[in-house]
Design a protein around this ligand. Sequence first.
Ligand SMILES: Nc1ncnc2c1ncn2[C@@H]1O[C@H](COP(=O)(O)OP(=O)(O)OP(=O)(O)O)[C@@H](O)[C@H]1O
Length: 303
Amino acid sequence: MPSRPESDHGPMWGPALPGEAGAMSYHDPARIPAGAPERRASPTLPSPILPSPTLPPPTTTSVPDPTRDLVARGLVMTYGRSGASAGPPALGGVDVTVRAGESVAVMGPSGSGKTTLLHVLAGILRPTGGQVLWRGRDVARMSDRDRTVLRRKDFGFVFQQGMLLPELPAIENVALPLMLGGVSRSEATARAATLFAPLGLSGLEKRRPGELSGGQAQRVAIARALVARPGVVFADEPTGALDQTTSAEVMQHLTQLAAHTGASLVVVTHDENVARWCHGVVRVRDGRLAGGSTTPLPSGVTR
Ligand SMILES: Nc1ncnc2c1ncn2[C@@H]1O[C@H](COP(=O)(O)OP(=O)(O)OP(=O)(O)O)[C@@H](O)[C@H]1O
């Protein structure tokens, strides 16, 4: 059994090592330190839609690795002008680590800062303070142009309504991120086509988004988010417009395809049934992690 060092680094995203003396169990809420992401039991998977992931299982080390993981420290986000007219911060000092290849659900009441956190992690919003470390770079300090390139190359996105381009057939919606990255139309379309069968979308390649059901459209959006093999997929209420059964199917496809390609996953959701599909849960209240503790920086990383 691999050894897990006694951790002074707070949240650990590696799977609990059952039976190991002193190992933190993510399945026992009483043993989770304040502010640490909860570790979730795996949902019972129906029969797999995709082949099993061929990549190594998620890391079991406890110290975040900013060269592989998405590591955010001390995130502060205040909308509007600074000074007296500024409202309370939407994020008031949040630390989150999303380990390579793992999935995390972000939960919390309406207005607690979930979407703001997702947008800051994904480089859509520049935070007022703090760091977002991704593959050795601080996303928060990149130029607008570099963040645009980063979002296109390294990140994928799924939104509540899919946000597919209504005038394009499904296959072209999926191929689009590749074409924007310089891949030829024929190769992009061929690569996009390989995702339709695993996602249960065979035969729907030429349909326009308006001719798809909500669940089918979200599966097309999942294909589009993952076709360029991003390092992280960000999903904001990806099942918010779906019924429970369709929602479970979409989450199964999303988590399986992410695992198959090795992508990490950040899912904002109000739904505990959606969060069950993720390795861990971060709870946000009033712009802070519920419990309020912060995670020390990994060694070698400075604020
Ligand atoms: N563009 C904006 N300008 C000003 N304030 C904003 C903006 N976007 C969000 N806020 C405020 O920031 C806080 C957090 O909003 P956010 O959308 O992140 O919450 P949320 O948890 O995602 O909410 P919901 O679950 O309702 O979508 C709220 O008080 C909100 O009013």
